[in-house]
Design a protein around this ligand. Structure first.
Ligand code: ZN
Length: 102
């Protein structure tokens, strides 16, 4: 994939392009960042040393928290969705970092 962006895989990179984000995407990304910052002291960027598979396994309880919130109408959907999304981001980041090292 020479000439293609190592993160998004596109010939014309879309992941570092300055584009206007939808308000919903921007708000959600801010929540993701906020949640990561809450855990910075404990964990920092320790996901970078993990494998995609271990992150996937760690994500399962987060999925069940979201599932439970939705099923029981606990109004905690957003925070659990944000946690889940952060695991997705970490899996994507690990793949990106691994490809950069090759
Ligand atoms: Zn890109």
């Amino acid at each position: 994939m020479s000439g293609h962006c190592t993160r998004c895989g596109e010939a014309v990179c879309i992941c570092s392009k300055e584009i206007e984000l939808r308000p919903e995407v921007l708000a959600f990304a801010r929540l993701m960042e906020e949640r990561l910052r809450e855990k910075d002291e404990d964990k920092g960027s320790s996901w970078k040393d993990k494998t995609d598979l271990s992150l996937l396994v760690a994500m399962i309880p987060k999925f069940h928290l979201l599932e439970g919130s939705i099923q029981r109408g606990r109004n905690r959907n957003t925070i659990h969705a944000v946690d889940l999304a952060n695991y997705c981001m970490m899996i994507a980041d690990v793949e990106y970092s691994g490809e950069r090292e090759q």
